[in-house]
Write a protein that binds this ligand. Structure first.
Ligand SMILES: Cc1cc2nc3c(=O)[nH]c(=O)nc-3n(C[C@H](O)[C@H](O)[C@H](O)COP(=O)(O)O)c2cc1C
Length: 208
């Protein structure tokens, strides 16, 4: 990897694995753009270990090799995709906790004009994907980031045959009441489109 590669960070929180699956696809989309280096990172858990249920333990085990995100990861990146489960129509406390640690970066304007996008997962079709994505963009605007969604040139946004995620605001999936319904193919297409777009626009903005 050379220093002229476009750098995309995919940073996420996932309790039951759905956002983690989307994160992988966003990263694949970014990585499909030539000369792009992708980092995947997760954010710190706030739930005490002794409160983990069996599904959480399984997901933590599956994700154990993904490093925890640092402020350096944010500074390193030209473009950043933020992934969070929906919590009452907003981002998770774990992702908010991570973002609330960025005061030092804000003070020095370190994220100004970096590209950003957001992805999420809900259990229900109308459970707040769009509110989560839009409200997650607010702190990113405070950082001066350039916010991207997924344009309607992506045909997958027109898909209506099954319950699915994906919107002009970002990528998403509907996991069902037990959080065990993985992103469907259409969600994966939109997640990859988001990652690809973040990489492409980052490349244009940085001139790399
Ligand atoms: C405290 C809490 C609040 C939630 N709030 C919502 C919500 O507002 N709307 C919704 O549809 N799902 C909600 N969910 C469900 C999760 O967003 C959903 O299961 C998601 O797919 C989990 O992503 P993950 O598998 O990456 O952890 C909530 C779950 C929890 C634990």
């Amino acid at each position: 990897m050379t220093k002229n590669n476009t750098r995309v960070l995919v940073v996420f929180y996932s309790m039951t694995g759905n956002v983690a699956k989307l994160a992988k696809e966003v990263a694949n989309g970014a990585g499909s753009v030539p000369d792009t280096e992708v980092r995947i990172r997760q954010v710190d858990e706030l739930i005490p270990k002794d409160k983990f249920n069996d599904i959480m333990k399984k997901v933590k085990e599956e994700l154990k090799d993904i490093p925890m995100a640092t402020m350096e990861d944010l500074e390193w990146a030209d473009g950043i995709a933020f992934g969070t489960p929906t919590r009452y129509g907003n981002m998770s406390s774990q992702m908010k906790n991570f973002i609330d640690k960025t005061g030092g970066l804000w003070m020095k304007g370190a994220l100004i004009s970096k590209v950003a996008g957001v992805f999420t997962s809900t259990s229900t079709q109308h459970g707040g994907q769009e509110t989560t994505i839009i409200t997650s963009m607010v702190p990113l605007l405070h950082h001066g980031m350039i916010i991207l969604g997924v344009p309607y040139s992506e045909q997958a946004l027109f898909y209506i045959d099954h319950v699915s995620g994906g919107s002009p605001y970002g990528a998403s999936s509907v996991s069902g009441p037990m959080a065990d319904r993985s992103p469907i193919e259409n969600d994966i297409v939109v997640a990859m489109a988001l990652g690809k777009r973040i990489a492409e626009v980052s490349k244009k903005i940085t001139g790399k």
